[in-house]
Design a protein around this ligand. Structure first.
Ligand SMILES: Nc1ncnc2c1ncn2[C@@H]1O[C@H](COP(=O)(O)OP(=O)(O)OP(=O)(O)O)[C@@H](O)[C@H]1O
Length: 262
């Protein structure tokens, strides 16, 4: 289903990030993400996708540009205010092993956002939000992980299971937007499709908005309603998914499509 006309969740304007070595990793990038939409961002290695993600998450100081989340100017917020807004913006990164503290049981990593933000009452945990075991089991069930893993440590789970836990943790506080930065890149090929299917199902079920970053155009095409192409720090093409194969596409898009079709 195409959902692009709804309320704007994220608006970024002219984001620019130059590293001290002088390299402009992100150059004047503007984008919008609407409620319930998955915006795909594709580009080859080194094109600036992860830097852009870190800028949107305010993990990287931008040199220029603005980022608005649900009408709030993230680029102007103090650290304290940013912490409060953080609940509306979650991320899942490439390496699930690095996202989960090896010394914490799954329940403790999973419940970390809810433990830290007691005022949040996710609609899907209504009636048992403060029952950590029940809430943890429910969250694991949402990502198809058996509840027996609740008291396991990360090393007892496979890579795919760890990434599912990271996804459950990201959705646990009902964020407005999840930035998915190569969420399947470190997984076996056989597992990748399952995780993408899970992400797509969750997006539809919970009306989540995603920025889905990936170097694989096939995966981006599967996940997204709209697609942006990034090359050398700039957005060179943006299109609706159904226009991806149109003749009028940018030469770089056509180049990536050739790889995709091959
Ligand atoms: N901390 C840093 N200091 C200096 N240069 C950096 C830094 N981080 C990234 N870069 C450079 O910025 C450019 C963009 O990197 P980035 O990781 O954002 O690209 P990417 O598209 O996400 O690539 P990949 O798909 O390989 O992760 C690259 O040339 C990279 O070498």
């Amino acid at each position: 289903m195409l959902k692009v006309a709804g309320q704007k969740v994220l608006m970024a304007s002219r984001i620019t990030k130059q590293y001290s070595c002088g390299h402009k990793a992100v150059d004047q990038v503007s984008l919008e993400i609407h409620k319930g939409e998955c915006l795909g961002l594709v580009g080859e290695s080194g094109s600036g996708k992860s830097t852009l993600a870190r800028c949107l998450l305010m993990l990287e100081k931008v040199d220029q540009g603005e980022v608005w989340l649900n009408g709030k100017p993230l680029h102007e917020l103090s650290k304290e205010n940013m912490r409060r807004v953080r609940r509306e913006l979650q991320a899942v990164f490439q390496n699930p092993a690095a996202s989960l503290n090896p010394k914490l049981k799954i329940i403790d990593s999973l419940m970390e956002p809810l433990d830290a933000q007691q005022d949040i009452q996710p609609s899907f945990l209504k009636g048992f939000r403060d029952d950590r075991k029940k809430a943890g089991e429910y969250l694991l069930d949402m990502v198809d992980i058996p509840s027996k893993y609740l008291y396991s440590y990360p090393h007892e789970l496979s890579g795919g299971q760890k990434q599912r836990v990271s996804i459950a943790r990201a959705i646990s506080i009902e964020p407005s937007l999840i930035i998915l930065d190569e969420p399947t890149a470190s997984l076996d090929v056989s597992i990748q499709a399952k995780v993408l299917n899970l992400l797509k199902d969750l997006q539809e079920e919970l009306e989540l908005s995603y920025l889905f970053i990936c170097h694989d155009l096939a995966a981006v095409n599967f996940m997204s309603q709209r697609i942006m192409l990034m090359q050398q720090g700039r957005i060179v093409d943006t299109c609706q998914k159904q226009d991806l194969f149109s003749e009028s596409r940018h030469p770089y898009t056509k180049e990536l499509l050739q790889v995709f079709e091959a």
